[in-house]
Design a binder for this molecule. Structure first.
Ligand SMILES: Cc1cc2nc3c(=O)[nH]c(=O)nc-3n(C[C@H](O)[C@H](O)[C@H](O)COP(=O)(O)OP(=O)(O)OC[C@H]3O[C@@H](n4cnc5c(N)ncnc54)[C@H](O)[C@@H]3O)c2cc1C
Length: 371
């Protein structure tokens, strides 16, 4: 990325740790508002990420406001028109996804390497400074925030944003990161697209956990496996047999899949995206929450730096952040129960064979357009 920083120790209005969808969106909006903005990102982009790669239709309005909706449509991607729920015994229920209003605003899947890269480049284009391969390792707070990196550089910030994902270093360094209990683990890979796979997402319950599958372009399938540490290798063996994957196939991995939320606003420190709250991957909504919370945080930062009342700006952000999830967390809990006990998930699928209305309503609720 361009926009070279000239003096390491200069003070930024805002430093954002993490250049995923939450951090990039926040950075783009802050830079657009004329704020002196820096993103610190551990990886070098483009990079892949453990994800199902599905973009919920709610993402479109945010992408439009970022001036990126058409550019995302121009990326290699796959249109998704239905979800197949498959029970442990192989029984299947298919639910159509909304085609999108306006047309082209439905659910799609796109590789995170190219999607995240586009977002981070947009932040850069709008004037944010971006430091890749720069890992936050230390944090101190006096009047401002002082950040130290693994490469022994220091930066100062008036406002700090934790956008560094579910294992947030910012939260850990502030002693805010909840300890996950015995948790599940996810594996993910891009494999050759099976012939005639179609424009569908497959959510398949298996004895050991579940698998999510979606085409991401004309030749690749995103394959996710979610299980517990003792059973995950059996899930991988199932996938190797089912999709004829060679045993040397590289897999990306991540844990935990669930943890408690971190308070999203305190002092001049805000958390956004997965760093603030992790949702059940099964529902495929995490990217939307990342984009939208990035936008909301930028609004609060603008007010704080502009000299408006800090406490009310933080309060407003916390209120809007909570509103974003209102009426939706029960679906997450339901999805979590279904995937923690695949037999219950399978029971749902069998019941839906008799009466598909409930599954249709739940799916419509998840993929309905939000703000
Ligand atoms: C198995 C699985 C499937 C999923 N499927 C979907 C799906 O289909 N659709 C969907 O919408 N969501 C899905 N999600 C959720 C989605 O991946 C996340 O919600 C989303 O990535 C959150 O974005 P973010 O920007 O908050 O964090 P991230 O995307 O995790 O980005 C955080 C960034 O911070 C950087 N970072 C971390 N630590 C540091 C540090 N110390 N210093 C500097 N940088 C750092 C990382 O390199 C990373 O680039 C899935 C999740 C899982 C686990």
């Amino acid at each position: 990325m361009t926009n070279e920083i000239k003096h390491g120790m200069q003070i930024f209005d805002v430093v954002i740790v993490g250049g995923g969808p939450a951090g990039s969106t926040c950075a783009a909006c802050c830079a657009l508002a004329g704020l002196h903005t820096l993103v610190l990102e551990r990886e070098r982009f483009p990079r892949e990420k453990v994800c199902g790669d599905c973009l919920n239709p709610s993402c479109w309005p945010v992408l439009k406001r970022l001036g990126l909706a058409q550019q995302v449509r121009d990326l290699p991607h796959s249109k998704l028109t239905s979800v197949d729920f498959i029970a442990i015994d192989g029984r299947k229920v298919s639910v159509d996804l909304p085609t999108g209003d306006p047309p082209g605003a439905g659910e799609i899947s796109v590789k995170r390497s190219i999607f995240d890269d586009l977002l981070l480049k947009r932040a850069c284009e709008l004037g944010a400074y971006v430091r890749e391969q720069t890992t936050l390792t230390g944090l101190a707070h006096d009047q401002d925030w002082k950040l130290e990196t693994a490469t022994r550089e220091s930066f100062r910030a008036r406002v700090l944003i934790g956008a560094d994902g579910r294992n947030s270093t910012v939260a850990r360094l502030r002693n805010l990161l909840p300890r996950p209990a015995r948790e599940r683990v996810a594996l993910q890979a891009h494999i050759p697209l099976p012939r005639n796979f179609g424009e569908r997402i497959v959510l398949q319950f298996l004895r050991e956990g579940y698998s999510g599958q979606a085409p991401v372009n004309e030749s690749e399938l995103n394959l996710c496996l979610v299980g517990r540490p003792p059973t995950i290798s059996r899930l991988r063996q199932w996938a190797q047999r089912h999709f004829e994957i060679p045993t040397n196939q590289p897999w990306r991995t991540i844990t935990p899949l669930t943890r408690s939320a971190v308070p999203c606003a305190r002092e001049n420190l805000l958390f956004i995206g997965d760093a603030a709250r992790v949702v059940e991957p099964f529902t495929g909504e995490g990217i939307y929450y990342a984009l939208r919370s990035g936008e909301l945080a930028a609004g609060a930062i603008r007010k704080i730096i502009g000299g408006e009342d800090r406490l009310s700006a933080l309060h407003e952000f916390a209120r809007d952040f909570a509103k974003m999830y209102r009426g939706r967390l029960w679906i997450n809990r339901l999805a979590r129960d279904a995937v923690l006990l695949p037999r219950i998930g399978s029971f749902f699928v069998r019941a839906a064979q008799l009466n598909p209305l409930i599954l249709k309503l739940l799916t419509a609720k998840i993929v309905s357009a939000k703000l």
